[in-house]
Design a protein around this ligand. Sequence first.
Ligand code: TYD
Length: 204
Amino acid sequence: MRGKFITLEGIDGAGKSTHHAWLIDFLKRKGIDVVPTREPGGTPLGEKLRALVLSEPMHLETEALLMFAARKEHLDKLILPALASGKWVVSDRFTDASYAYQGGGRGLAEEKLRALEDWAQAGFRPDLTLVFDLPTEIALQRLAETGHRPDRFEQESQAFFERVRQTYLFRAHAEPGRIKILDSTESLHNIQKKLEGIILAYLF
Ligand code: TYD
């Protein structure tokens, strides 16, 4: 049986990485063979492209094309083979991030993103997408508290993150069957309980 594909999304600082680790552990405890991965990245070539897009200044369309180039490689080498062999794949970000960051954040036309999505994915979509939502001022404060050097995206303005956030929320409302919103201002314990409920209800 084909495995399930789950993606995690949200603005930087929304706690996605913590929930990614918890979700992998939860699924393993349920006896599922699960592959953790991330975007941009997930393959040796994808990780090289990640290093470039997170550090080098570039044209917006170059940025979008590199995101999808990394994604094509990720699908071909890791995601699709794993799902075909019955494994579940849980990715820290996927295509909704391109709509949110390159589209909402930077203003790339949605139809260009849709054309790239159709080309690279041929109709393939996640089974479930979890959007961790948080007011941008709290997210930026949390990012600042981590003390690590901000990458190209993390250096963006609050207005940029507000557009990214609104794009995620808009997409979630347009596709309520696939995309679930989780309130990241709640305690970790409450969020984990909700995640557990969503996974059990939608995927088993
Ligand atoms: P992120 O998950 O925030 O990595 P980390 O937690 O290690 O900082 O992802 C890196 C950045 O890549 C993030 O700021 C959003 C950006 N991104 C896009 O702009 N478009 C995309 O399609 C993807 C997958 C990520």
